[in-house]
Design a protein around this ligand. Structure first.
Ligand SMILES: C[S@@+](CC[C@H](N)C(=O)[O-])C[C@H]1O[C@@H](n2cnc3c(N)ncnc32)[C@H](O)[C@@H]1O
Length: 251
């Protein structure tokens, strides 16, 4: 098996896994995060709206899963008095999307992967990906796609569980929780222990926030906002597509 075939197989296995756990995904999520993820998501929306300062937004939520982030974009837009013109959810898992379609009234969803988005170039004000980038095997192609579909000055919002090299009591406790307890809790709820063992492994095999920021910079999306939450469990990164015209003028 060559590298491309190996990567394809790995990606297909991840998507199958999400199809498998889709019916219990939301319950497992809320129990495992004890509801804290709601505040991480709300903060992400608020920061992105504050950076953009714009109305009539086009938003694409990539790796949208069961649609939570779309509901948060809609709720927070009301609080911020921002009008969303179009919002679309994209995910390769039919199982996750079938739950999303039930939760988001009149939602628009497409089955697709992050590295091949069914969107026109320079069409989106916000591209978001919440706890999805770790699952994208071809991250480089995905970042190129995010850049392609964003309008100049549009923002990329990433929420993710990053790899941390930090030590200390709190970090050790969190590691114990994610490595030892989460797979059991998630496994019991979903009856799929393998899937919830994948979670801590995928965090371990992912990159640090600093490395991801360097990758975004390389893809012409400099970092505008970046912060770790709740003892570094979750990270928020907001990058902005450089307006090529003003970037040229500045040189
Ligand atoms: C942990 S879930 C996150 C779902 C949702 N964004 C949330 O915040 O709850 C990860 C999602 O990534 C999706 N995914 C896996 N591989 C992907 C890929 N190559 N491109 C886009 N999404 C992918 C899965 O189907 C799954 O729905």
């Amino acid at each position: 098996m060559n590298q491309n075939m190996y990567d394809q197989q790995k990606q297909d296995d991840i998507i199958d896994m999400f199809n498998n756990i889709a019916p219990t995904y939301d319950t497992a999520n809320r129990v495992m995060s004890m509801g804290i993820d709601v505040s991480w998501r709300q903060e992400a929306c608020k920061e992105a709206f504050a950076i953009l300062q714009k109305q009539n937004l086009n938003i694409a939520d990539v790796a949208c899963g069961t649609g939570d982030m779309i509901l948060h974009w809609q709720n927070e837009s009301k609080n911020a008095k921002i009008h969303i013109a179009n919002i679309i959810g994209i995910d390769p898992s039919d199982g996750m999307l079938s739950i999303a379609r039930k939760k988001v009234q009149n939602g628009v969803f497409h089955v697709a992967q992050a590295n091949n988005l069914p969107l026109e170039s320079s069409s989106q004000d916000i591209v978001s990906i919440a706890y999805g980038l770790r699952n994208v095997i071809n991250r480089k192609e995905a970042l190129k796609e995010f850049y392609r579909v964003l309008r100049p000055n549009g923002v990329l919002m990433i929420l993710e569980f990053m790899t941390h090299k930090n030590t200390g009591i709190l970090a050790s406790l969190m590691q114990f929780y994610t490595k030892a307890l989460l797979p059991i809790v998630g496994g019991v709820i979903s009856r799929n222990f393998k899937a919830y063992k994948y979670l801590p492994n995928s965090i371990d095999n992912f990159i640090t926030r600093e490395s991801l920021e360097a990758e975004l910079q390389l893809h012409n999306m400099p970092i505008i906002f970046s912060k770790d939450y709740s003892a570094n469990i979750s990270s928020l990164i907001i990058a902005q597509k450089q307006d090529c015209i003003s970037a040229t003028k500045e040189q």
